[in-house]
Design a binder for this molecule. Structure first.
Ligand code: SF4
Ligand code: SF4
Length: 452
């Protein structure tokens, strides 16, 4: 294995690695749909709105018509149905014809102007203004943590004006609280403990590294405890998942190119990702980079090395963690892990290896919680309905903790539980695993008391 490569600290986007996006619809993907309707009972927007136009079959039909020029891509009704989709991909799991609905939807959105003003604002502030700029992200993260350390006034957090703002959903979110404003970034290389079994890269993520730095630290700890040398390239950027999800295709392709470059330089056997939406996106870089044959081949080779953190550790064979967590835990499947990556057993297997932990299944765990990238910011009313179903199922489960594997789901479900007056903590599977391996961070009180 090569030595750790010298990495630069420029945090620049690699614009040369940014091919243009395929803006034409791939009609082969559209024709896969035979309009059987078997996906309808699994579609959350069809359940919430009860309209064929907001079902997978209805959307596939409309996208086919738009691609054939029978309806304009900027037709208001078409736009509404396209942007009301969670892009949760539950219809893909249900579909007997193998329709790649997520790919079709992202291609359709790339040609469809955003539906409403709130959507345009979220794109301008969050997707284009913040995510692609690491320095701005770090500044925003520092401000966020400093405000939390000072105790941001409860009145502001509860005020209607604040909640109406595009980032207002974070107002109801209890902060992770395990990174001080001055905490150093994750080391560029974390050595393997015991016999070395692999050298892996770790995606830190954009929002993930600012709001869930502790989860990244615990992921690195769990990997290290299992014999992995963990490389966290300093020049990595946002992987492009949120822009891709929202149809910001050119930006997504540029960020994909930069991400590939950063990890190629790190020379790792696998790229480990602890955010389901990011992993799903990175496993499909070949689609995003397909306009140029060379980039597509590079994207394909890269995607083959991407692993969700739970998938990677379960495949490696876990060294049993030493600490017990005596709690009843339920697991919520993130859509982009279950439907996007078809991963359901590995996170459950990891949870079962933690001594003392009792895993209880969650009814409708395969249904979207309403987070769906930036959907809960652009379409809060429909997102709230899906969140309401999720909170009801969690409260019925009798669980003391909810574990999941995606930061967006953690924020969304924590917000729903908090509003329902519940104190059930929502954490990442790798958080629980990291605490069981002895991470020194401060877990939520319910978990702290149960750690033995
Ligand atoms: S997406 Fe699949 S399940 Fe749904 S209507 Fe089309 S072919 Fe049938
Ligand atoms: S992606 Fe989700 S919300 Fe969109 S059509 Fe498919 S099941 Fe429905």
């Amino acid at each position: 294995m090569a030595d750790t490569p010298a990495l630069d600290y420029k945090h620049q986007l690699d614009r040369t690695a940014a091919p243009s996006w395929p803006e034409e619809m791939d009609m082969d993907l559209v024709r896969d749909c035979i309009h059987c309707g078997l996906c309808l009972p699994k579609c959350p927007t069809f359940r919430a709105l009860g309209h064929e136009g907001d079902s997978p079959r209805g959307r596939m039909w409309q996208i086919k018509e738009a691609s054939l020029g029978m309806v304009a891509f900027d037709d208001p009704r078409f736009r509404t149905h396209v942007y009301q989709c969670f892009n949760c991909r539950a219809c893909e799991t249900a579909c007997p014809s193998g329709v790649q609905f997520g790919a079709v939807m992202e291609l359709a959105r790339a040609r469809t102007p955003p539906q409403n003003r709130r959507d345009r604002l979220v794109r301008a502030i969050l997707l284009r203004g913040l995510l692609p700029h690491p320095a701005r992200l770090r500044a925003a993260g520092t401000l966020y943590r400093a405000a939390e350390a000072l105790g941001l006034p409860a009145a502001l957090r509860a005020s209607r004006a604040w909640r109406a703002m595009p980032l207002g959903k974070f107002a109801a979110f209890p902060p992770p609280g395990d990174r001080s404003p001055r905490e150093a970034p994750l080391p560029q290389v974390t050595p393997a403990r015991g016999e070395r079994r692999a050298r892996v890269g770790l995606l830190l993520g954009c929002i993930q590294d600012q709001m869930f730095h502790g989860t990244n630290r615990r992921t690195a700890l769990a990997l290290s405890a299992n014999g992995c040398e963990v490389v966290a390239p300093r020049d990595q950027v946002c992987c492009g998942a949120l822009p891709s999800h929202a149809g910001e295709a050119r930006l997504a392709a540029r960020l994909a190119g930069s991400t590939v470059s950063a990890f190629e330089r790190a020379q790792v056997e696998a790229v480990v990702v602890n955010a389901a939406g990011c992993g799903s996106n990175m496993k499909e870089y070949d689609l995003q980079l397909r306009q140029d044959p060379t980039s597509r081949a590079t994207g394909e080779a890269f995607s083959r090395r991407v692993r969700d953190a739970t998938e990677f550790l379960d495949g490696l064979g876990l060294r049993p963690p030493p600490r017990a967590i005596r709690l009843r835990v339920t697991y919520q499947d993130p859509c982009h892990l279950l439907h996007g990556q078809r991963i359901s057993r590995p996170p459950r297997n990891l949870l079962r290896t933690i001594p003392g932990l009792e895993l209880v299944e969650l009814a409708e765990s395969d249904w979207c919680c309403g987070s769906a990238g930036v959907y809960n910011l652009t379409h809060p009313e429909i997102a709230e309905e899906a969140l309401g179903w999720k909170v009801d199922r969690i409260l019925e489960s009798g669980a003391q903790v909810v574990a999941t594997a995606n930061p967006g789901c953690i924020v969304q479900i924590a917000m729903g539980l908090q509003r329902a007056g519940s104190r059930i903590p929502v954490v990442h599977v790798l958080d629980l695993l990291g605490w069981a391996y002895g991470d020194p961070g401060r877990p939520p009180q319910a978990i702290r008391r149960a750690l033995a």
